[in-house]
Design a protein around this ligand. Structure first.
Ligand SMILES: NC(=O)c1ccc[n+]([C@@H]2O[C@H](COP(=O)([O-])OP(=O)(O)OC[C@H]3O[C@@H](n4cnc5c(N)ncnc54)[C@H](O)[C@@H]3O)[C@@H](O)[C@H]2O)c1
Length: 325
């Protein structure tokens, strides 16, 4: 990262980055970090929603519907875009309420971006996949990079199809598209967007505001999770790696930490002694049960040096400190 910073300072790297879905849970923090690296003016935030408060004044913002390919194409040409980060999607829990829309947005947005990247001077594309590609027949513990993949949610199906589109555009047209299978992401800056792991963010807000939380998953539901600073660093490290190091052109497994609602509640209780949790599993339990409990990320470690920094104790302390400030 230091080498990258000095090359950027010396103006040896001239990139113009478009972030699509910049007002979402990941987009806000990723945009802010990219702006630190590349300069505010070189990172264009875009979304369907109004500009997020945290982004205001830090760089340009355009209102953009990624489903409108012509509008997207015009922006890419007009702004001389060299890298695209595509974050717009409908997530796992929301996707089950409107499967057709989730399939349509998650796959058409990616095809629009990949086709424009192929035709224009776009050097790199980032598109996240998810642990939701795995299904009940995948191994539960240390789920490997390559294994049985039979997703049961429309979100998982759309992500798995998307992985193969990325692979196809890389092999057939040499589009340098890179991807990570994020686990559930935990952050305090922006709200989660309708995923099955959202409980691990809500629990902190409720613990601080009401000292109680009613969890929509069972107490012993182990899921792979990651603290947002690790996810942002993984994304940027993947994108800044030499092209020759990126061997997986579907999507890389990455792992942070695995825990259950009972374990995170116990960790929160150490900071907020009166905190209590109750359990009322809903439709999201079936989705969570279909996913692995932990992920084997040895291929990402070997190929481009991935290493997580936050364990459950460190992320719990950091979340509470920041939410209480
Ligand atoms: N958050 C997680 O835990 C998690 C885990 C695994 C994978 N991912 C993936 O990471 C990416 C970002 O996730 P997130 O949590 O930030 O999602 P989010 O729902 O918080 O944000 C998505 C953003 O995309 C925008 N958007 C939706 N439709 C759009 C359109 N047609 N045109 C332009 N923008 C549009 C939304 O307004 C929103 O701001 C997604 O691809 C998601 O599948 C997220």
């Amino acid at each position: 990262m230091n080498l990258l910073c000095s090359l950027i300072e010396k103006n040896m790297i001239k990139e113009k980055i478009l972030v699509i879905g910049a007002c979402g849970q990941i987009g806000v923090e990723l945009t802010l970090e990219l702006r630190k690296l590349y300069g505010g003016a070189n990172v264009i935030a875009s979304d369907l929603r109004a500009e997020n408060e945290l982004l205001k004044g830090t760089g340009p913002y355009v209102s953009l519907d990624v489903m409108n390919k012509e509008m997207l194409h015009v922006q890419v040409i007009r702004q001389n875009i060299t890298q695209i980060y595509l974050l717009a999607a409908i997530l796992s829990a929301t996707g089950e309420k409107n499967p057709h829309l989730a399939w349509s947005l998650n796959t058409t947005s990616l095809l629009n971006v990949l086709e424009i990247a192929k035709d224009e001077n776009v050097h790199k594309v980032y598109w996240p996949s998810s642990i939701a590609v795995f299904g009940p027949t995948s191994p539960k513990i240390n789920c490997p990079q390559q294994t049985v993949i039979e997703p049961i949610t429309v979100y998982g199906i759309s992500k798995y199809a998307g992985e193969f589109w990325c692979n196809y555009f890389n092999h057939r047209y040499k589009v340098d598209v890179r991807s990570l299978r994020y686990p559930g992401l935990i952050s305090y800056k922006s709200e989660p967007g309708g995923g099955t792991t959202d409980y691990a963010v809500e629990i902190f807000h409720e613990a601080i505001e009401t000292k109680t939380y009613n969890c929509f998953l069972k107490e012993d539901t182990y899921l792979p999770m990651m603290y947002m600073p690790d996810a942002i660093r993984a994304t940027i490290e993947l994108m800044e790696s030499e092209e020759s190091k990126i061997k997986v052109r579907t999507s890389y497994n990455i792992s942070g930490v695995s825990f259950s609602p009972k374990e995170i509640a116990a960790g929160i209780k150490k900071h907020i002694p009166g905190f209590t949790i109750s359990y009322e599993p809903d439709y999201r339990q079936e989705i969570a049960t279909s996913w692995p409990q932990s992920i084997d990320d040895s291929v990402a470690k070997k190929d481009w040096g991935w290493k997580p920094a936050f364990d459950l104790s460190a992320l719990t302390t950091d979340m509470i400190k920041n939410l209480e400030d």
